[in-house]
Design a protein around this ligand. Structure first.
Ligand SMILES: Nc1ncnc2c1ncn2[C@@H]1O[C@H](COP(=O)(O)OP(=O)(O)OP(=O)(O)O)[C@@H](O)[C@H]1O
Ligand SMILES: [Mg+2]
Length: 254
């Protein structure tokens, strides 16, 4: 969705970053297929719903691949022709701007407090010149606010999402880890479904159990899990991504 005044990332800079960041077309085949399967399952879970859906992405701990999953999910939906808004809902430790070679502000916090408009703050990530159209809009987190969870839970945030739902097919909200701060729990009432990232060799069972308990208590609709970092047949040498399709919708629906 092209918007006025949008900040476009140069192709060369983006390609360099994609190589480092394992996103977009730099995903290996197995990872790309896993994301397509995830996209399909998410679409099935929203079958019959015409309006925009909001997906939250969280995990138990830091560094499990929430942001990477959010970006690649946005890319994969965009590849399927959907109008996507990726929001960096982690207003504490932002990584999206550096990863996507975008300006770090203005962003979500600035829009919510009213210092900047959405049209001035939204940036576009696109891969059109690489042969396939897979552009999506990104709203980075912006200036770090004093109380991020309050801002996420504010009426401004709810009103902002209502407005954004009119413009996009899917909104992806990249969130902080549940075991670290309350933000993802606060945000769970804003999203239609939550995806929980589990990283091989990183997520501990007790942490995940507690995360699920907290999300369920908050009434979150758990769509399923992304198992990040699993060895996959034919995967690239440094990036392997697996995805538990068989367990995807098992047991945790609320
Ligand atoms: N499957 C993987 N293989 C190799 N590196 C990975 C994999 N998944 C994530 N990483 C790397 O691990 C780091 C953390 O990933 P990412 O930022 O996506 O995690 P996060 O859960 O969003 O972290 P945070 O909790 O800090 O927001 C990044 O440097 C990312 O490139
Ligand atoms: Mg992150």
């Amino acid at each position: 969705m092209a918007k006025k005044g949008m900040n476009r990332v140069s192709a060369a800079r983006r390609t360099a970053l994609e190589q480092q960041s394992m996103i977009g077309q730099k995903m290996n085949f197995a990872a790309a297929e896993a994301y397509k399967l995830l996209r399909t399952n998410v679409m099935f879970s929203f079958l019959g719903a015409d309006e925009c859906r909001i997906l939250g992405v969280t995990s138990s701990f830091q560094g499990e691949g929430k942001s990477l999953t959010s970006i690649n999910l946005a890319y994969t939906f965009a590849e399927a022709g959907k109008d996507i808004l990726l929001i960096e809902g982690d207003m504490r430790l932002p990584t999206m701007a550096a990863r996507l070679a975008m300006a770090g502000k203005p962003g979500l916090s600035n829009v919510l407090v009213g210092t900047d408009s959405m049209s001035k703050s939204v940036q576009e990530y696109d891969a059109i010149e690489e042969g396939r159209a897979a552009s999506f809009d990104v709203l980075v987190s912006g200036d770090i606010p004093p109380t991020p969870s309050e801002l996420l839970g504010s009426s401004q945030m709810s009103a902002f999402l209502v407005k954004m739902k009119e413009q996009y097919d899917v909104i992806i909200l990249d969130l902080p880890p549940v075991e670290a701060v309350s933000d993802a729990i606060v945000a769970s009432r804003l999203v239609d479904g939550m995806i929980v990232v589990v990283r091989a060799g990183h997520t501990v069972r007790g942490g995940l159990t507690d995360t699920m308990r907290q999300l369920k208590l908050a009434g979150a609709h758990i769509l399923g899990f992304v198992f990040n970092g699993a060895a996959s047949v034919g995967g690239g040498k440094y990036y392997k991504k697996g995805y538990y399709s068989s367990d995807y919708y098992g047991g945790y629906q609320t």
